[in-house]
Design a protein around this ligand. Sequence first.
Ligand SMILES: Cc1cc2nc3c(=O)[nH]c(=O)nc-3n(C[C@H](O)[C@H](O)[C@H](O)COP(=O)(O)O)c2cc1C
Length: 196
Amino acid sequence: MPASLQDLKIAVIYHSNYGHTKRVAEAIAEGVERQRVAVKILDIHQMDWEFADAAQMIVFGSAVYMGSVTADFKAFMDSTSQRWFHRNWQGKWAAGFANSGGLSGDKLSVLQQICLFAMQHGMNWAGFPIMPTGHSSNDINRLSSFIGLMTQSIDAPPEQTPCRGDIQTAEKFGEHLAELLIAQPPKTYPSKLHPS
Ligand SMILES: Cc1cc2nc3c(=O)[nH]c(=O)nc-3n(C[C@H](O)[C@H](O)[C@H](O)COP(=O)(O)O)c2cc1C
């Protein structure tokens, strides 16, 4: 169990081909930092496994490809099978985010995939309880998602899209997750629950 606030760590693990999902990961991390919790953004192709294993919360994010996590993100998921077997991530908090081109884009399917992945690891799912303020590009949680964070980008550079509301929503998501971790650090982490 973490001794103090200084020991708390959140890993934000993502896959992004064109930078939009990365931009969302950065906004989540910015929100986490506002609560003075240590955070690292980890591209799946440049993993810091030591940090991910030490973190008490892991936030997973993927761009949406064909209504699914990307093939690269799925490869990352599969690469954790030894950690699944040894229950290394059991008892940690998990949360998810998905970015797509379409307004819906079937992001729900991606968040459900990520949630199921976290359940396989025995993690505890943290949803997204922040109420929508409306549905315009300046609104918070404009896509009205509660299982995790949804953002949408158009075909323009990541500095311009996702919209301001989505980026602010991502920051609030990060703040919320850090507050949750501070209030409820996982007490059983890292528990081993192989039946003997
Ligand atoms: C092969 C491929 C499949 C895609 N499938 C979907 C999809 O099912 N739904 C959707 O809304 N957008 C889809 N898109 C658009 C991507 O979701 C969008 O470009 C991506 O989220 C941008 O994120 P990135 O900059 O982090 O890569 C697809 C894009 C590609 C290249």
